[in-house]
Design a protein around this ligand. Sequence first.
Ligand code: TYD
Length: 201
Amino acid sequence: MLITFEGIDGCGKTTQIGLLSSYLRENGKEVLTLREPGGTEFSEKIRDLLLHSKDKLTAQSELFLFESARADLVEKIIKPELEKGTIVILDRFYDSTTAYQGYGRQIDLNVVNASNHLASKNLKPDITFFLDIPLELSYQRSNHRKLDKIEKSGDEFFTRVIDGYKKIAGEEPERIVNIDGTKPIGEIFKTIMDKMINLIY
Ligand code: TYD
């Protein structure tokens, strides 16, 4: 089973992934948590280029780097683990590319979708949790942290990303659970568990 978490920085993905993976492990499930971009030696190198290199990247080269990191992770780790029956929990997957490179950087959505399909080998999450928070809260929560390259993209970019995520979630309501990320941690986790119970048991 493939579970993905989406949302802008500071939306609480990491906390919820920690809670969900602990719950599943305590209940005897084999769980692997991964983040994108990253997860293989090659993809971690690309992550470093994407988030920390001093060069200015074009939107297209950014898109291809994210897809390249994804293709490596899907082929080497995600597919084999899913075949073994592991529950794979991913911190970001192709919806991030649609939101950030498609809506955010304004690359043609058909191109982004085709690239996503190619890199993910048509793998589709069984369920996706989108934690929706306003931009101001994202800024507040990352107040004291050093921003990475993408996080420095500005208000207009992030407003497009947030609106993009809402559109993506609206188009696939059967897969994507849209959660108000401003709610307390326990309440969000309850919403996630309500959905998970149906899938697991
Ligand atoms: P990361 O630190 O993993 O995000 P978070 O702070 O949410 O844990 O950094 C990943 C950054 O890359 C994040 O700003 C979102 C961006 N990103 C894209 O622009 N496109 C993508 O396809 C992916 C996977 C991430």
